[in-house]
Design a protein around this ligand. Sequence first.
Ligand code: GUN
Length: 298
Amino acid sequence: MTAKNNIIDGKAFAASLREQVGMLVPAFLEKTGRAPGLAVVLVGDDPASQVYVGSKIKMTRALGMESFEHRLPADTAQEDLNVLVEKLNADDAVDGILVQLPLPDHLDQQEVIDLIDPDKDVDGLTPTSTGRLALGIEGLVPCTPLGSLKLLKDHLGDLSGKDAVVIGRSILVGKPMAQLLLGENCTVTLAHSRTQNLPDVVRRADIVVAAVGRAEMVKGDWLKDGAVVIDVGINRLDPEPGKERGRLVGDVAFAEAAHASAITPVPGGVGPMTIACLLRNTLVAAHRRAGLPDPEGI
Ligand code: GUN
């Protein structure tokens, strides 16, 4: 087997999830008289964030959902950002609020997140959403781990009893990923920068989720035969001579992973799932806010 023929095609899965979400929009519109609405807030001009936010807005509109775009200057005051979030909380046309991270250094990220109405927290980052996830009760779950879990379940079916190692303990990915896998009855290890003997820890895993943001850190000989690998990292290498931009690679040395049962590529693996799950979460939040049952099959 080569790493090429056992790729988990996140791009195709995400396209199909977006299509399913899009097909449910007209019924919501008919029942409520309005389309589900997503507000995206971007502070400053970080180039990567600009690209992500642009894609989120485009794809929201492509599904017939309402997109509310708020681009604020890099020197926006905390109070002004807080006031905007409060306004979005009070706006009935807004079902989901996403404040793109990272925020410029002078802003307190947690303070803003804490203000978001948990019912509109399509990023799943508020203390209420985090608590609901930990308790295993209904809430909204962060998009990247949710997308990763969908890919894992699609590939493996039941995850019960699997040994899962998550590398990275961020609030956006590592911590919620560990909770989701625990909820699927995996035996979960949450590894991080202080973990001792990381290669041996990873060698135990049936499921590896790498979310550290370090190019090709996880080597092929860290992966046991037949492991399923979800690579959340998106890292740009230095450009090769004569090239303007370096290649995008994940946190896993992809070419060394031929003995894995399956692996997500970078790009085209987890990345597209994040936006698809954001749209999914927006549709789910809209249904719950309207007192409708959760849409099925997504
Ligand atoms: N920055 C990178 N990924 C994300 C995400 O999923 N949500 C938010 N809010 N910011 C991000």
